[in-house]
Design a protein around this ligand. Structure first.
Ligand code: MG
Length: 214
């Protein structure tokens, strides 16, 4: 069974930071249609700060330590809405594997579920409101569904597929939260940028897992 240590999680955050840099303009363009156009820049500021903070970390840090430092760094770098949401998600992910020096596939499923629960709790949002929850919630259900006996690759691929489908489905929704809620029907036809970036993060997790898993 594949296991992952703190250094693997540093590599994951690096991969996410690089992906966000590639997608930054695209994410801000999505946000420009139904929001204030800053989502790509905001996510970039947060994950660049995380990547930088983790690069200096001691190699013996546990996955939980890495997630906790990422949470704190993201929150310090990004004050606005998405900051507390991902900070809470990462804190919950760390808490789910506290004390473990290595984590396995089932732990990763629990971490994804913990992230989704944290975002829903902190954002007081539920599926169907055209937010990042529409990607994270089905991804968590898929990860937990694949958890029993599933490989790391299977679990993370299931989460990524469900997250992508959930993000795409936000196009048909009227927003129930945030700035885009003011647009009413005019937001219909456009994907929520927070759900889009969530799906991209889940996809990056699946790619990272497939490069490490047996
Ligand atoms: Mg925005």
């Amino acid at each position: 069974m594949a296991t992952l240590n703190g250094a693997d999680f540093v590599a994951l955050f690096h991969a996410i930071a690089q992906m966000i840099e590639r997608e930054k303009d695209h994410l801000s363009a999505l946000d420009g249609v139904i929001g204030d156009g800053d989502h790509g820049v905001t996510m970039s500021i947060g994950f660049q700060a995380v990547d930088k903070a983790l690069a200096d970390e001691a190699p013996d840090r546990t996955p939980a330590d890495i997630c906790m430092l990422a949470a704190k760094t993201f929150l310090n770098a990004v004050g606005a809405s998405v900051g507390p949401l991902y900070a809470t998600a990462l804190m919950r992910a760390g808490a789910a594997v506290k004390g473990k020096s290595d984590v396995g596939p089932e732990d990763v499923a629990d971490m994804i579920a913990a992230m989704a629960a944290g975002i829903e709790h902190r954002g007081k949002a539920e599926p169907g409101q055209k937010t990042m929850v529409d990607a994270w919630h089905p991804a968590a259900e898929a990860a937990l569904g694949a958890k029993a006996g599933g490989s790391l690759k299977d679990i993370t691929a299931a989460a990524a597929d469900a997250g992508r489908a959930g993000a795409e489905a936000t196009a048909s929704l009227v927003a129930g939260k945030g700035r885009s809620a003011n647009l009413g029907d005019r937001a219909v036809g456009h994907i929520d940028p927070g759900a889009a970036s969530a799906a991209m993060i889940l996809d990056t997790i699946a790619q990272w897992a497939s490069e490490r898993a047996d």
